[in-house]
Write a protein of this length. Sequence first.
Length: 436
Amino acid sequence: MQYYSTNKQSPVASLEEVVIRSLANDKGLYMPEHIPVLDKDVFRSLKDMSFHEVADVVAQAFFGDDMEPDALTAIVKDTLSFDTPVVQVHDGVFSLELFHGPTLAFKDVGARFMARMLGYFIRKKGIEQTVNVLVATSGDTGSAVANGFLGIPGIHVFVLYPKGKVSPIQECQFTTLGQNITALEIDGVFDDCQALVKAAFLDKELNRCMQLTSANSINVARFLPQAFYYFNAYAQLDRMGQAKHLTVCVPSGNFGNLTAGLFAYRMGLPVEHFIAANNRNDVFCDYIQTGVYTPRPSVATLANAMDVGDPSNFARILDMFGHDHAAIAQLISGYHYTDDEISATIRAVYAAYGYMLEPHGACGYQALMQHRLAPGETGLFLETAHPAKFRETMEQTLNMEIAIPSRLQAFMDGKKQSVMLDKGFAGFRSFLLDVS
Ligand SMILES: *Cc1c(COP(=O)(O)O)cnc(C)c1O
């Protein structure tokens, strides 16, 4: 399969090139030349398949022609070597908790898959130059990427994070790992970290001296594996006799997760409608309402992994639908919530069901409620993080102590190692040139 750029100003590229480069030279996002449609029989038999089997079918359909099928199966298996998410139901509302990976974030799946696929191509093609992954983080992405790429030969990860601006738990998850993970503590805010990464990608000399790439959801190998979840959710709902007339609601920031759901839909998965749940960063909702897309600076909210003012995967959604606003608005609805609404939802759901939503999932739940499904329709929302990852917010909102799962606690016992840098590009640049 070949991949084209959404800006159409770069030549098509192979899977290997796309995974190594992340972004096309014309700054567009890579899209597969076609989306494979699965046989109807596959959907009928999904309910009898394990998560690994379902994921393998999806992965083979996309990537099976571009790598050894057995190696791909091994990557899928290794990526998903943790508990399978289980669909739950509270009062007729279905939810799927996507936080069973090593850092209790749904981003674990994409990060682990991308790391292993990149590692495969490095081995296979005998690439000798180290591939350097630069990732700017406000917390969650850095931990998922660092843990996903830990110990993969031929790859070095640099995590840039704002000093004093990430929670202690999050900081431990990427500063205590060692090996091929280097944490860079930047004296600035998240936007400064992101600006440094962007400047590095634009710096000709740096790119001559070292192979740089990103690991956010612009990378095909990072966002696409998230489609596995949608197939698995469908399989579980089908087992429960609830898969007809399905609406899936996705808490969204950069829209990688929702885009993966749209890919599943295009592959034939019988989802009838999608909902994008946003916090106050609601450019997508505005687009759905008006047909006009106006990116703007992000504002800080309780659901901070969705504080995105110009979602990177929006370009993919436009491209998938040929920029047809009516088609997009017919398939996807959007709702957005303030911090007060998020807190109220967390409190109300806990009081009614004893179920603990965290701020991102709270947007998802509330959007599904606001959407008002008709009788006979099934609504599923995705819960994207474990509440303990937002401990301070949760404790304040619910006025109770939140226990830290042992998996997160274990990170706190490690020794913090980081390199301090100021927010100027010159220092970051010479640091990279020194280590390369
Ligand atoms: C990253 C993240 C999101 C947003 O996912 P996108 O794919 O960027 O839309 C939502 N919730 C949590 C907890 C996240 O970490």
